[in-house]
Write a new protein. Structure first.
Length: 135
């Protein structure tokens, strides 16, 4: 039935995609009302950072590629902890912890993180999804 597939597509509200060709970023698109064809907007980017034996980092950026923060693993990941921490952008007082993701994928926002706007929270969630599916 053509109507059912059309209405299913209209409910799409979030997309995580890598542009065609050589790119160092992953785009995050959002439509607040699920009207994907006419109302989607790019809310930001996730950029894979370092992958080394000690830590893993993913940078979260706004649509203008302004730093929103970094999701990173702890030192010696796997030995002491499998948790990941989202650190907000570096300011005058340094980066502030905004969220933590546990091994099972649960994300908990700190008091600071609860004050983030919807798009930043969605970008944090998307970075967590990317990390969990790639690690």
């Amino acid at each position: 039935n053509q109507n059912s597939s059309s209405s299913e597509m209209d409910r799409k509200c979030l997309e995580i995609s890598r542009p065609i060709g050589a790119s160092n970023h992953i785009e995050i698109w959002f439509s607040s009302h699920g009207d994907w064809k006419t109302n989607k907007q790019k809310i930001g980017y996730v950029l894979p950072g370092s992958f080394d034996i000690g830590t893993i980092k993913f940078h979260v950026m706004s649509p203008q590629k302004v730093d929103r923060g970094t999701f990173k693993s702890g030192m010696a990941r796997g030995l002491f902890s499998d948790d990941y921490t989202f650190i907000g952008p570096i300011g005058k007082s340094g980066g502030v912890k905004g969220a933590k993701m546990t091994r099972d994928g649960t994300i908990k926002f700190t008091d600071t993180g609860r004050q983030y706007d919807l798009h930043t929270k969605l970008l944090v969630m998307c970075a967590a999804i990317i990390m969990k599916t790639n690690i």
